[in-house]
Design a protein. Structure first.
Length: 503
């Protein structure tokens, strides 16, 4: 790294949490007048690096330099005082306060010992005007769109800091027009000499706005690259950790994949979308197949699943099941139509950790039959014991509290919950994340056996080789758009990587 031309440098950064090395000997450099993208999949260390740079976490080793001077920010407030500001994906402002109050909260200019509201409003208008935003700054922030709120958060950060601006997934809730507005602002700030760290999962946006890219994987530095010199497919390969030239083809050929006949359709989505999370998409799910949704983190895989299941109610298009148009406004509607969904967030959207294995297993079935048709404890125990045996759940019994089980066994309990509802379509979002190899293999075998028995399955996994092993057909997503469908001999890692990259 050229220290003479660096605005912000991180050298040999180490950060350890109990039992986890979050960052190991990571280097990072930001130059003045540069937009620098920080990229990596889940668990790569991006968030931890940002927290270390901004004083949310204290580093365990290494050094941070700002304009050549060693710094150790002890808090975000300390970092802001040094000239480093961060705007997070979730706007961290007070929606009930006015726009102007949000910009100057904690830093209000005073006159004769009282807050000078006229000065606050005037300066707020001037700040936003520099961002080509003209709004009533005396109105409550909650009255404005997410895009405007994001701009207000940036305005606050700019007023505090004129050196380094860190943007963590700032476009995740913006539409295409709003993204263009934001990028115009970033280019303007870059021209004024500000250094900008831009964290995103959207490939198109990386190449649209960034000068350099730093890639992290598993808490380690993969490398720093000039954006124009790094082909997209190589970027994806480096993020995932595969040598692109070394990809091995899947053993499944077009004849071996046993992809069901396209006329045997269970669910069909046409123009279905949810503004702010997934662009309108067409998707067909056949009976007895495993349809893989593949793409990088943030590509829209989970958003497709959530929209089909009614967690995010579709605001466009239509869904048909067995040829009949249906309305899925919420998960209860989805369950009634034979759908089930295992969320990727096992801890927050899957298990109820204070309940027993039995109670967690029967939860969805009880919701399906209605609470007026309450199942007594004896019946619940019989059902729970059946699925404990069927899925080989390692537990002392149905009355064991689920939080005391291993991650793999918790995952099996969630699978049992949904299998008990006898779904026609089972949506599995990262069903093997965070569990041991043995449990992964068992779950993969179960998925294939369920499909062989006629169940339709949507399978989402960040592990590309796992998706290849399990899927008979795939829908490929990039930047919240479904860009392709592949099947047969096309289902191999190299071809998928090329498709994601748009090659």
């Amino acid at each position: 790294m050229d220290g003479n031309n660096s605005l912000l440098q991180a050298k040999g950064i180490y950060k350890v949490f109990p039992g986890v090395k979050a960052l190991t000997n990571v280097d990072f450099e930001l130059k003045p007048g540069e937009i620098h993208c920080l990229m990596g999949e889940n668990g790569a260390g991006k968030s931890t690096l940002i927290k270390v740079l901004t004083g949310v976490e204290i580093l365990d080793g290494g050094d941070i330099l700002l304009e050549g001077n060693s710094i150790r920010p002890k808090s975000p407030h300390d970092a802001q005082g040094l000239g480093i500001s961060t705007v997070y994906q979730e706007v961290n402002l007070c929606p009930n306060l006015s726009v102007a109050e949000n910009i100057f909260i904690g830093r209000e200019p005073l006159r004769f010992g009282r807050i000078n509201w006229q000065e606050i409003n005037k300066r707020s208008e001037a700040l936003l005007a520099k961002m080509n935003l003209t709004i009533d700054v005396t109105e409550a922030l909650e009255r404005y769109s997410v895009a405007v709120q994001q701009m207000v958060a940036i305005a606050r950060a700019l007023d505090i800091s004129a050196k380094v601006l860190i943007l963590d997934e700032p476009t995740s809730s913006l539409d295409a027009k709003e993204v263009v507005q934001l990028f115009d602002l970033l280019r303007k700030l870059k021209g004024e000499g500000m250094g900008i760290v831009f964290v995103t999962h959207f490939i198109e946006q990386v190449y649209a706005v960034s000068d350099r890219i730093t890639i992290l994987r598993n808490g380690e530095l993969v490398g720093c690259y000039e954006t124009t010199a790094l082909p997209r497919v190589q970027l994806i390969a480096k993020m995932i950790g595969k040598a692109f030239e070394g990809f091995e083809k899947s053993s499944k050929t077009g004849e071996e994949s046993n992809c069901p006949d396209s006329g045997n359709v269970f669910l069909e989505a046409r123009g279905v979308g949810h503004k702010g999370s997934i662009n309108p998409f067409d998707l067909t799910i056949n009976k007895g197949e495993v349809l893989g949704l593949v793409g990088l983190l943030g590509s829209g895989r989970t958003e497709v699943a959530r929209t089909i299941f009614g967690i995010d109610k579709a605001d466009s298009g239509e869904i048909t099941i067995d040829g009949k148009k249906v309305q899925i406004n919420n998960p209860v509607d989805a369950i009634q139509h034979g759908l089930s969904y295992c969320s990727e967030n096992r801890k927050t959207e899957g298990i109820i950790d204070a309940l027993t294995v039995r109670e967690n297993i029967v939860l969805a079935l009880q919701a399906k039959v209605g609470w007026r048709n309450y199942m007594n404890k004896k019946k619940q125990e019989k059902i729970a014991n059946k699925y404990i045996k069927l899925l080989d759940i390692k537990t002392s019994g149905p009355e064991q509290i689920i939080k005391n089980l291993s991650g793999g066994n918790q995952q099996k309990v969630i699978l049992a919950r949904w299998l008990l509802t006898e779904p026609d379509l089972l949506i599995l979002d990262e069903p093997t994340r965070g569990i041991d190899i043995g449990a992964k293999v068992e779950i993969q075998k179960l998925i294939l056996s369920l499909a062989a028995a006629g169940m339709s399955i949507v399978f989402i996994s960040s592990e590309l080789d796992e998706s290849v092993r399990c899927s008979s057909r795939m829908a490929v997503l990039r930047d919240r758009v479904k860009i392709a469908e592949i099947s047969g001999s096309e289902i191999d890692e190299k071809y998928i990587m090329q498709t994601i990259a748009g090659v």
